[in-house]
Write a protein that binds this ligand. Structure first.
Ligand code: FAD
Length: 194
């Protein structure tokens, strides 16, 4: 199942509030941003750059947030480097999977948005009846792979929803009355900590 990004609880709520205040004023030097770019396989987008406006669209079109950086992660190493970058620079971090959260929680104003939507791999082990799902996979991506083996698991109704965000909310869908929720069927969620 998808891996989840958790914020360290060492400093609790105060640290998060501090991060918000600092990130609004964050003055990211090009040296700092280029340093991040040089570490990643994925893309780093800043306001004004090609692809930035598209990357800050989520399902709820009323959401209008402008991250200072959008990192389109290509793999786990990018995820780790982005979390470390946000932490070291005192910046707010938001995580985007399928982008269906109605409140637009996948995006943050002035901080770093870690966009996992490009990490869509789904691998089915039909013998063990296990699915290994990257954090950007949608319900449609999952079903496409699972149905090749005649398999299914409880997910949601709309195929463009992200597996990760849906699982975090429990996940209720077409076959839940018979088989339970998505989280009932989740075996593990590897979780990088900052
Ligand atoms: C049209 C529509 C239909 C829906 N239908 C259903 C349904 O049938 N059943 C159901 O149960 N729900 C349904 N939902 C609700 C949906 O499950 C939630 O909105 C869910 O949050 C969407 O997940 P996402 O990955 O697409 O969204 P995102 O907005 O990308 O993520 C949702 C939240 O999860 C966090 N998050 C995502 N990935 C990670 C990660 N790897 N680590 C840490 N945090 C992460 C994000 O930061 C955000 O706060 C529906 C929503 C919509 C808009």
């Amino acid at each position: 199942m998808p891996f989840f990004v958790a914020r360290s609880r060492r400093d609790g709520r105060t640290r998060i509030r501090d991060s918000v205040a600092r990130c609004i004023m964050a003055d990211l030097s090009s040296e700092l941003v280029n340093g991040l770019k040089s570490k990643l396989r994925g893309q780093v987008l800043q306001p004004g750059e090609a692809g930035y406006e598209e990357a800050r669209q989520v399902w709820n079109a009323m959401i209008d947030r402008r991250p200072a950086l959008i990192v389109k992660s290509a793999g786990t190493a990018d995820v780790i480097d982005t979390i470390v970058f946000a932490r070291d620079n005192g910046m707010l971090l938001s995580v985007r999977a399928g982008g269906h959260n109605i409140g637009g929680l996948a995006l943050c104003d002035g901080g770093v948005t870690l966009d996992l939507s490009g990490m869509k791999s789904v691998r089915i082990d039909p013998t063990a009846l296990r699915a290994y799902v990257e954090p950007g996979a949608t319900l449609g991506d999952f079903d496409h792979e699972a149905q090749a083996f005649g398999l299914a698991t409880p997910l949601g109704i709309n195929s463009t929803t992200g597996v990760a965000g849906l699982t975090l909310g429990g996940g209720f869908g077409w076959i839940s009355r018979k088989y339970g929720t998505t989280v009932d069927k989740t075996v593990s969620t590897p979780c990088p900590m900052s």
